[in-house]
Design a protein around this ligand. Structure first.
Ligand code: PLP
Length: 451
């Protein structure tokens, strides 16, 4: 057990030794981190004993909620049975095999193989290597270019950050690497201007075809996209977008990668976002909800024809020490068992998501909210100075709103001035009511600060 310390002690020790991800080190140095100590259900407790409703499920991952003893027990059991072995050089172990089979049962039809990784970023590194390997096996090694989207997020490793379209990330370290192209995102509220949303969705989809033609079909290996962009700000494409993208993809011989790291494991009310939108991807990177975040694990689910091609290619010189880690696999299996037996995905679709979305829409009347949008267990609020013209506040107010959230016992994420939520799937009605009440309190506090 850790020694009990004061918040200031933790912060000081952290400042001395911890390099935290995605944190402004200048600000962190001045203020110190918030120390989260314990969690149960949809709530966290910080080092001051304050109770916080975690409307982000950690980082979009704690789908079954915190404090699940079954997952701790599965960890304990597997640690004693086989704490580690690997899948290299023609070995395997029961948890990884069983997990691949369990994933095949819930995945879209015809996607029956899984390559395991340690995270979503690693999964997307695997995607990059796998699609190029795939085309090389098919005697088309020149098909190397992968098309992603501006403001898409596919992780933080060199491949993940390159496939993603985050400007700030590209600005550090000469990214993207060669062979990656980006097209416009289907972000109607932010970029659609005076266009009708459906016309805008079609325009954004057609950007894909333009890019394929510009690069040359013979050089394009794949298109990668999140069914709903998460880290970009819960960007829900207009209804016209995915059907038009599908039509375009059908015309060209390129692979389609649906990044399910956030949308997978129930977030949309289906097991995968691809099922929600009727997409038929060739590859689906997964992570997060796979273990509900209890242990790190990711993977890539592949369609049968891809697995068949890989089988013809002999050895794939790729893999991670922790690919299919037995303890993580045991936790993922138990997590999937919980999701299935408690019918959590079905409940999201029938009850929880419709209720969350109904209540979320009520926030649209707040003076700061230009748009309240949501789908499944995802929600976003666009904060604006002027609703009609969608004018933002000079200097931005998202981070200020986020501070008010913390002060009032709520975790919401700010992506610029888009406030987003992605709560645990097990959140109940009362907790949704509490969430909406807290969001309104925080919006009011932000508005008061601006007045
Ligand atoms: N892909 C998507 C869609 C994500 O949202 C994320 C993380 O937020 C990743 C990939 C990267 O996953 P990880 O942080 O586990 O590396």
């Amino acid at each position: 057990m850790t020694q009990p310390r004061t918040t200031a002690d933790w912060q000081a020790l952290g400042r001395q030794h911890l390099l935290a991800p995605f944190s402004d080190y200048k600000q962190l140095g001045a203020k110190g981190a918030r120390i989260i100590q314990r969690a149960d259900g949809v709530y966290l407790w910080d080092s001051e004993g304050r109770k916080i409703l975690d409307a982000m499920a950690g980082l979009w991952c704690v789908n079954v909620g915190y404090g699940r003893r079954e997952l701790a027990d599965a960890t304990h059991r597997q640690m004693l049975e086989l704490p580690y072995y690997n899948l290299f050089f023609q070995t395997a172990h029961p948890p990884a095999i069983e997990l691949a089979a369990a994933i095949a049962e819930i995945a879209p039809a015809g996607m029956r193989h899984v390559f395991f990784a340690g995270s979503g970023s690693e999964a997307n590194d695997t995607v990059l290597r796998l699609v190029r390997h795939y085309w090389a096996i098919k005697d088309q090694p020149q098909k190397k270019v992968i098309i992603g989207r501006i403001n898409g997020y596919h992780g933080s490793t060199v491949a993940g950050a390159s496939l993603g379209g985050m400007k700030a990330m590209h600005g550090q370290g000469d990214l993207p690497i060669p062979g990656i192209e980006h097209i416009a995102q289907p972000y109607w509220y932010g970029e659609g201007g005076a266009m009708d949303p459906q016309a805008f969705g079609e325009w954004a989809a057609e950007e894909l075809e333009k890019k394929i033609l510009e690069v040359g079909e013979e050089r394009v290996a794949a298109f990668i996209a999140e069914p709903i962009q998460g880290a970009g700000g819960v960007i829900i494409p207009p209804q016209s977008y995915w059907p038009r993208v599908r039509k375009i993809l059908a015309r060209y011989d390129i692979l389609f990668v649906a990044d399910e790291v956030i949308c997978g494991f129930g977030r949309t009310g289906e097991w995968f976002g691809s099922q929600y939108y009727g997409l038929e991807p060739d590859l689906m990177p997964i992570a997060k909800g796979l273990t509900s975040g209890y242990l790190p694990m990711g993977g890539v689910i592949v369609r049968d024809h891809v697995a068949q091609t890989l089988a013809e290619g002999g050895e794939f010189y790729h893999g991670y020490t922790y690919s299919g880690h037995p303890v993580a696999a045991a936790v993922a299996l138990e997590n999937i068992r919980i999701l299935r037996e408690e019918k959590i995905v079905e409940r999201v679709k029938a009850e929880t998501a419709p209720y969350l979305q109904k209540r979320w829409q009520e926030l649209a009347d707040h003076p700061l909210v230009g748009e309240a949008r949501g789908l499944g267990m995802l929600g976003a609020l666009e904060l604006v100075q002027d609703k009609k013209s969608r004018t933002r506040f000079p200097g931005g107010i998202g981070m200020r709103c986020r501070e008010h959230c913390f002060a009032n016992g709520l975790i919401m994420r700010a992506v610029g001035d888009t406030m987003i939520v992605s709560p645990p799937l097990v959140i109940d009605r009362e907790e949704i009511d509490a969430l909406i009440g807290l969001v309104r309190t925080c919006l009011d506090a932000t508005a008061r600060e601006l007045a």
